[in-house]
Write a protein that binds this ligand. Structure first.
Ligand code: F6R
Length: 264
């Protein structure tokens, strides 16, 4: 594994010099878990952050095989067909699914085109449960601290459902849409409760735009204002980040929190 510049425990935080090194380390971890458990259930994320992770996984595709695993994506826009270039279904095919040996039937993305979105959300939860739950969930983090599309104010018990996107999220994702096309205002997303049910969680954060959100997630109180702070409640979270995203972290404080947890 790539050596980290700084490490603290609970949540484990691993800081790397560059986004590429952090992404490499995340790809290594995913591969290790796939080797240990070929029928693993993965939770996957989209967005700019995990692109390099998927590229690394595709470069090394073949060993381990993707044939026996199942994966569930965090979210999808409401009203975007799977062939729309900004849909997360399209993103996943382009970056990962078309390049590894996984059958489409084993890949799951919330159905943002479903006529009954509540029913689609419930079906998604059932499918996750029937597959035995998510073993390893990959997350990014929004500038406002969102995870999945759970914006500030989302209940930490929330399940898969339709949500209203924050204006800042719509703006951040606008470049993914064809010129002049307004991004959808709502999405289907796993809830924070759904995410917390994963047995292990890996959050990747890169770039200075994430520094504030990462500090709020790790050092702030557990609060509805920062959805990612709910991850402090989970016992198996590892944050992989680059130096830029770690810029606002106070490692002494995090180390002390680690020992307080360890003593508890
Ligand atoms: C993506 C997702 C979002 C992103 C977050 C960060 O499936 O659920 O929470 O992880 O918006 O996006 P990027 O990586 O584009 O900064």
């Amino acid at each position: 594994m790539t050596p980290a510049l700084h490490e603290v425990n609970r949540p484990i935080v691993r800081v790397f010099q560059t986004a590429e090194m952090a992404s490499n380390a995340v790809a290594d971890l995913i591969e290790q878990r796939m080797l240990a458990r070929p029928a693993i259930t993965l939770g996957l994320a989209t967005g700019a952050t995990p692109r390099l992770v998927y590229r690394k996984l595709v470069e090394r595709a073949g060993a381990p095989s993707w044939r026996h695993l199942r994966c569930f994506n965090l979210d999808e826009y409401v009203g975007l067909a799977a062939h729309h270039p900004a849909s997360f279904a399209h993103y996943m095919r382009e970056l990962l699914f078309d390049h590894v040996d996984i059958a489409t039937a084993r890949t799951h993305i919330p159905d943002g085109m479903a006529p009954d979105l509540d029913a689609a959300a419930e079906t998604y939860e059932q499918l996750i449960a029937e597959s035995g739950g998510i073993d390893l969930q990959l997350l990014g983090i929004g500038r406002n601290g969102h995870i999945g599309f759970n914006e500030p104010g989302s209940s930490h018990d929330s399940r898969t459902r339709e949500v209203q996107l924050a204006l800042s999220t719509i703006d951040a994702n606008r470049p993914d849409f064809p010129e002049g096309e307004e991004p959808p205002a709502t999405a289907l997303t796993m809830g924070i409760g759904t995410i917390l049910d994963a047995r292990e969680i890996v959050l990747l954060a890169t770039g200075s735009a994430k520094a504030e959100a990462l500090a709020a997630m790790l050092e702030g109180p557990i609060s509805l204002d920062c959805p990612a702070s709910a991850l402090q409640r989970h016992g198996a979270v590892t944050v992989f980040c680059d130096k830029a995203a770690a810029a606002n972290l106070n490692f002494e404080q995090l180390d002390m929190r680690g020992s307080a947890h360890a003593a508890a």
